[in-house]
Design a protein around this ligand. Sequence first.
Ligand SMILES: C[S@@+](CC[C@H](N)C(=O)[O-])C[C@H]1O[C@@H](n2cnc3c(N)ncnc32)[C@H](O)[C@@H]1O
Length: 568
Amino acid sequence: MLPLLLQISRSLPTSSAFSFPIRHRPLAVVNKLTLAAAAGGSGSSNGEGGEAEWVRALLEAGGGGKNAPGKFEEEMKMRGLLGPDKGKANPKLTANSRLISWLENEGGVYLSETSTWGEAPHPLAISTETVDEITNESSGRGLLARRSINEGDELLRIPLDLCITRRSARGALGKDALPEGINEYLAMACQLIREKYVLGERSFYAPYVGVLPEVEEVNPTFTWPDADLDFLRGSPIVAATRSLRMKLRREFPPEHYTYDNWVWAFTMLFSRAIRLRNLRVGERLALVPYADLINHSAFSQAFIDARESGDWLFKDGEEEVILYADRGYRQMEQVYISYGQKSNAELLLLYGFALERNPYNSVDVTVSISPRTAAVVAANEGSGIEEDPLARQKLDFLASVGRGQMVDFPCYADRYPVEMLEYLRLMMMTPEDTRGKPLMDFDYSRTISSANEAAVLQSVVSAVRYQLSLFPQTEEDDAAIIKDKATFRLLSYNQRMAVRHRRNEKRLLKRTLAALEKQIRNKGLDEVEVLTRAEGSTLGEVLKGETRKQKTALEDKLEKMGLPVDIR
Ligand SMILES: C[S@@+](CC[C@H](N)C(=O)[O-])C[C@H]1O[C@@H](n2cnc3c(N)ncnc32)[C@H](O)[C@@H]1O
């Protein structure tokens, strides 16, 4: 394979295409491209587009052909994708070229737009402006296929040395300022601020920092003004946003930075840092230049990881970040990776966008059950509730499995978590169900009894209905706002995102409700007389005598990401 390429490259006419030293040629830059959002894309390239096919295509095209330098941009221009004479004056294009040269010069990264001795052109090109196909909203820069790509092709390789990590931060700011074991987010935020706002053009990373967006180009909800956040009223994302904001405020070191700088740094980290899992030292968070220009698709199977660099024969002990294609791509198609199985709330909170088609979308539903202990009954005197003989046991059991009386569960469009059913089955147990056996002895992953199951499903119905009732507008109201395109466009980006998001959450909850009601009917559980049995409150309201500890499922997830401090 390699000798063949070498042979062919040598036999090509010495046009400008091949006479430039590869390191100094900028990668093709495209100005506008429609993002094949969320859709799975073409799938296969039928064997076309691998190195051998590329060489064949090049030969058929007489050596220069469509892969000659500048041809890709020309094609973009012809398709109107560069906009009227925008190509030359656009500072984003200059920033892209600078990044490419920096990667080539400082990291020996292979990013050539032309063929060189033994190598085909690099398969990717930077688009400065990609757009979501369904919503037509901007998704910023993105990477697209310069030529057709086969499943399994290597797409990029970036040396770990060029990445921003806790290690690079401690190197830059000193080990006294950033002690060993400091939280990765904090360390990297400090370095980012130093590179951008203190060193500026003097920074080694200036070409990388030059392609990083401003907060206004990302717009995660924690940076939204309250007036915009108000558009999300009723959604669990509001609580998560507020607590993330509080968290950032608490960690902010005012003696060193401005709050705006701090928010910018965290916007970058939340929306672009990658957790590399395969490093020699184990897992590390990293900002990986160039790789962080790839947009997210919930349908992509590709993800970025690290490995030791060098080929199988010559491992050089260094590490690099690597990405392979998860499927074939046609030329000009946008290449995606998956940022993980994220709900829209998570995406909007941390990345500033949400997807219209997202199989991992979910809405947090609060389920709160108050076992009627003697104390609860006393606190609710006059309300007619009676003590639950199993109340104490239930509380002990919950404590032993680390659950509270108020729990948030993510509800998906087509499923809800088994843990939620298990939790509710336990909470709805009555002496008729236990027949004297201890609560511990039951398998809550299975139906306990018809009456228990009916109470469980009804309590989920109540919880979902309650969640829906928190929204001030109906789904139909939102649909009408979105449908009136001219007026909808007058809203700001944040507001448009908010209306779509709350509408999608309501839609998901309504589907869940319909599915639950059907399930209840199909199982004949609507006829069982059950609803007074456990007197559980599933309405997210707390009976007197309890302290409410609200932590949403989303917040739970954030904590697991290793964010600096506890949310509350
Ligand atoms: C890792 S960066 C990807 C590159 C980014 N577009 C840029 O201009 O630098 C993640 C950011 O890209 C945007 N993004 C990624 N995938 C997207 C998508 N499917 N739809 C809309 N925006 C997306 C969001 O602004 C997100 O915060």
